[in-house]
Write a protein that binds this ligand. Structure first.
Ligand code: IPE
Ligand code: IPE
Ligand code: MG
Length: 249
């Protein structure tokens, strides 16, 4: 039996101290601190990644419940190949397990799963799994769940510009709109807020193009501990910000 995620009423959202009218449409999430979480417990780093996977599942469910339209999680960066091969393998095995086991549940909850990143470097098996998951959920109309795997913001921009040039687009037609239409999240609103856990305050090559006007919220909570309390508190902080977009308000 798959789990059907609850959809909170306005009153239930307000009861959590959140303003339904100010809910971000798109949340970006840099899931950091799995290794430190494990180290604190004298456990292998992989155990931290497994616990992080559970926290990620919670974030998908909770985002759906509160009416966020799109969630983008940073699962594996182009720089993460520099980690020991054993850790890289363990991360991909966990991701494969997740996409194999949870795709029925995501689909049953009308979630549209999109992998962003360069899938060319992944094993054919992993690529097949991801492509099947995307294909299966492509017509879903609920939460858009973007999973960044072998993702790098600079590589994404290079890829977008190259695809325009390859099509013979003239220099004067390489506009912001044209580039926006070729990045991996084309057609989706830019993230209103980017949350990073584990106390680090940097983007690490995440959504560089899309983050032009995002609000940033940093929390010291290590990602495996990022549950309802921490997520809600980050959203409250975001809701307290004034977004000016260059204007005088
Ligand atoms: C998860 O946390 C991020 C991934 C690359 C999956 P880390 O593995 O970076 O954890 P820390 O930063 O070493 O604590
Ligand atoms: C960013 O976290 C990448 C992911 C969350 C997948 P890292 O832990 O790899 O980032 P740095 O190396 O601390 O910047
Ligand atoms: Mg880290």
């Amino acid at each position: 039996m798959v789990k059907i995620y609850p959809r909170f009423t306005e009153a239930e959202i307000k009861a959590r101290g959140l303003n339904p009218a100010a809910m971000p449409q798109h949340v970006g999430l840099i899931m950091d601190g799995n290794g430190r979480w494990a180290k604190k417990r004298l456990m292998p780093r992989t155990a931290g990644h497994r616990a992080g996977m559970e926290a990620m599942k919670f974030c998908v469910r909770f985002s759906h419940s509160i009416g966020v339209k799109a969630l983008t999680v940073y699962a594996f960066s182009t720089e993460n190949w520099k980690r020991p091969i054993t850790e890289v393998d363990a991360l991909f095995n966990l991701l494969a397990e997740y996409f194999y086991r949870d795709i029925d549940e995501l689909h049953a909850n009308n979630v549209k799963m999109i992998v962003i990143g360069d899938l060319g470097r992944l094993s054919p098996k992993m690529r097949g799994l991801l492509e099947t998951a995307m294909e299966r959920t492509k017509n879903n109309t609920g939460l858009v769940f973007n999973v960044a795997i072998n993702y790098g913001g600079r590589a994404e921009i290079v890829h977008a510009v190259r695809s325009l040039v390859e099509e013979g687009v003239k220099a004067e037609d390489i506009t912001e709109e044209a580039i926006s239409s070729r990045i991996y999240t084309a057609g989706q609103p830019d993230p209103d807020v980017i949350i990073r856990t584990a106390g680090e305050e940097r983007l690490s090559n995440f959504l560089l193009w899309q983050a032009a006007y995002s609000e940033f919220v940093f929390t010291p909570v290590l990602f495996p501990d990022f549950g309802e309390e921490a997520y809600t508190s980050c959203l409250k902080e975001y809701m307290g910000r004034t977004r000016r977009f260059g204007k005088v308000l």
